[in-house]
Design a protein around this ligand. Structure first.
Ligand SMILES: Cc1ncc(COP(=O)(O)O)c(C=O)c1O
Length: 386
């Protein structure tokens, strides 16, 4: 039987292993020269002025909240279709979450769903709005920025799916996390993401003072006052140990050099999927791509009409698995999670529920062969017929 195809996986080459081995033999295992080198290369890649490495995408979100000074008595607006961490970061700092609905065909927060969420904030101070670039498709940033400005809120892009994603608004090309629209953007280097450091994250910003504050907060809140004696450190505010080790930054640097290849391969596989899945329409459709979006696809999301298919998602996922094909659901609406439902009661977000009712992520990662895509499409067709 052909090897199992997971929905996502890392691409690690011999030169990645060599880069890590070299770092292991060097003088620094944790804070060392590769951290700054990775940050510089990353900032340049996404076109941001500053990049601050940290230990995970979740740490990046938490640090973003801390650097912005978000806290109790304030709210953050988060689309319900995302990973838990986008909402949880607000709770880490004592703020409350107001969930925004999403477009049922793209899964993205829109200007309309954000405006609806703002109206539900009941006059509480909105500290931050966190659009999520789901599967790599960039949210409608200029319109969201305008609403954020009107509300006096910061705009934090959760770009954990969107390293390398590009967009064009008003004929102006831009990149996810380049600081043109967002105050801060967060990235994750979990193995299924576009590049990996095993665990790891990055925050980008155009604001030098926010970047400086993030650097202090990721290391206990410690700073070294300029001109002070070499042993002196001060803690003007409390922080965490959210550092990304030198050894993992070595992996990040090595992976970053391959980003164009990874992105191009993901796009080529997605194009092949579009052709291979076309005969399964209208039961299987593609997630809708906003017109401004040129994504570095993290996920291959399809929307399935289970009613027309005559099966449910559990049956379909089991039938795919029996044929060696992994799949995943991105995501269960976060507002239905027991913690949030108990805290806020049930919120009616029909777009998020509709997205959840139909979405399925199929295998997508750079080491897949073209024939693997055909195999997935064939398995999906068979599974839907049985
Ligand atoms: C949209 C989104 N936000 C945040 C995170 C958290 O990143 P990490 O797993 O690196 O903590 C993830 C990763 O799963 C994610 O997909």
């Amino acid at each position: 039987m052909s090897p199992f195809l997971p929905y996502g996986r890392q691409t690690i080459d011999d030169d990645d292993v060599a880069a890590v081995a070299e770092a292991l033999r060097g003088d620094f295992l944790t804070t060392g020269p590769r951290v700054e080198a990775f940050e510089h290369a990353f900032a340049e890649t996404v076109g941001a002025a500053h990049a601050v490495a940290c230990s995970s995408g979740t740490a990046a979100l938490h640090l973003a909240m801390l650097a912005l000074g978000v806290g109790e008595g304030e709210v953050c607006i988060v689309p319900s279709i995302t990973f838990l961490a986008t909402a949880n970061c607000a709770r880490y700092v004592g703020a409350e979450v107001v969930f925004a609905d999403v477009d049922p065909l793209s899964g993205l927060m829109t200007a309309q769903t954000l405006a609806d969420a703002i109206a539900r904030c009941g006059g509480r101070r909105i500290a931050a709005i966190l659009p999520v670039h789901l599967r790599g498709d960039v949210a409608e940033l200029p319109a969201l920025r305008q609403l954020a400005d009107e509300a006096g809120a910061a705009l934090v892009e959760d770009a954990c799916h969107a390293l390398g994603s590009r967009m064009t608004f008003d004929n102006q090309p831009a990149s996810a996390g380049d600081g043109r629209w967002g105050d801060l953007a967060t990235f994750s280097f979990h193995p299924v993401k576009t590049l990996t450091t095993a665990e790891g994250g990055m925050i980008t910003t155009g604001d030098a003072r926010l970047a400086e504050r993030l650097r202090g907060l990721r290391s206990h809140g410690m700073i070294r006052p300029p001109g002070a004696d070499p042993w002196i450190y001060e803690m003007p505010e409390i922080g965490f140990n959210y550092r990304l080790p030198d050894v993992l930054c070595a992996l990040g640097l090595s992976q970053l050099a391959k980003l164009p290849r990874f992105v191009e391969r993901r796009r080529a596989l997605a194009r092949r999927y579009e052709i291979a899945l076309a005969p399964l329409a209208p039961v299987v459709g593609l997630a809708e791509r906003p017109p401004w979006s040129d994504p570095a696809l993290h996920l291959m999301a399809v929307l399935i009409d289970f009613e027309a298919a005559g099966c449910d998602r559990a049956q379909l996922m089991a039938a795919l698995k029996a044929r060696g094909v992994g799949s995943q659901v991105h995501y269960i609406p976060v507002h239905h999670q027991p913690y949030y439902a108990a805290r806020y009661g049930e919120t009616d977000l029909p777009g998020a529920d509709a997205w959840y009712a139909h979405c399925l992520s199929l295998p997508l990662y750079p080491t897949m062969a073209d024939a693997d895509v055909d195999r997935v499409a064939g398995a999906l067709g068979e599974a839907l017929r049985t």
